[in-house]
Design a binder for this molecule. Structure first.
Ligand code: ADP
Length: 248
């Protein structure tokens, strides 16, 4: 993200955001509620149109061209879809389709988006469900699942797309406390497999443990960033110090 800015009406939500994520990194956005973390994540995927700066994915501009504001291309929707192909996203509220089974939820984007055959999509869905320990629930309806199982299905759906970068937006904050750990375990195992991730979470101990870099945001700005050790032991700004203070 280069100099990315975003406003909702008169409210500036992101201000000159500069953030580079390299292959193999796990970057976690932290900061108080309302600081712009989710919006930043959504701009990375063009789920939210930013209004200043550029987002580049593997060197390709996402959504806008150069200094010219407005769609980059006449056929901008398909261009955006093409550029953001290496990304997939896990949502706070899972966003599963209630009328589809677990397996169909994971397979549908492969058939609709990737134009896979139903049979190939089913096999890929089963493999992704296996990675999150949900293969035995493949034929269940989402409503029959616990929140943790629904979110593991959401993660499987993102993984089935074979992303190079996984975006996770508060993946455990809609869960009952006793369901949080099973989802964190899945994310830990993806980290162990070298998955590149950008995540928003309030699970600070987990973030400190798993992240290669923490990025602290407040009021739409990146205030500071660094390794978890740097951020926890030598916070530079008063704002980060006071954000972290309740943890100690
Ligand atoms: P965080 O993830 O750090 O809690 P968000 O990115 O969700 O912050 O929100 C940042 C600010 O943008 C908040 O003040 C929020 O109310 C506002 N905001 C987010 N989405 C919208 C929207 N669709 N319309 C208007 N305001 C929004």
């Amino acid at each position: 993200m280069r100099h990315v800015g975003k406003s909702f009406a008169n409210h500036v939500v992101l201000n000159d955001i500069n953030l580079r994520v390299d292959h193999g990194e796990i970057v976690t956005l932290i900061g108080p509620s309302g600081s712009g973390k989710t919006t930043a994540l959504r701009c990375m995927n063009f789920l939210e149109a930013y209004d200043k700066g550029d987002v580049l994915i593997k060197g390709q501009l996402l959504g806008y061209s150069g200094t010219q504001r407005g769609p980059a291309h006449v056929d901008s929707a398909s261009l955006i879809a093409e550029v953001r192909k290496p990304l997939s996203m896990v949502f706070q509220q899972f966003n599963l389709w209630p009328h589809m089974t677990v397996q169909e939820n994971v397979a549908a984007p492969l058939v609709l988006g990737k134009k896979m055959s139903r049979q190939a999509a089913k096999a890929a869905a089963m493999a992704a469900l296996g990675r999150v320990g949900m293969a035995q629930k493949a034929d269940d309806w989402p409503a029959r699942l616990s929140g943790g199982q629904q979110q593991r299905t959401g993660i499987a759906r993102a993984l089935a797309l074979n992303p190079e970068l996984l975006l996770l937006d508060e993946p455990t904050s809609a869960l009952d406390p006793e369901r949080v750990e099973e989802v964190l375990d899945v994310i830990r195992s993806l980290a162990g497999q070298g998955m590149t991730m950008v995540m928003v979470t309030h699970e600070m101990a987990f973030a400190a443990h798993i992240s290669s870099r923490l990025v602290f945001m407040a009021d739409g700005h990146i205030i500071e960033s660094g390794t978890p050790r740097q951020m926890f032991t030598q916070p530079k700004s008063e704002r980060l110090k006071s954000f972290l203070a309740p943890l100690f």
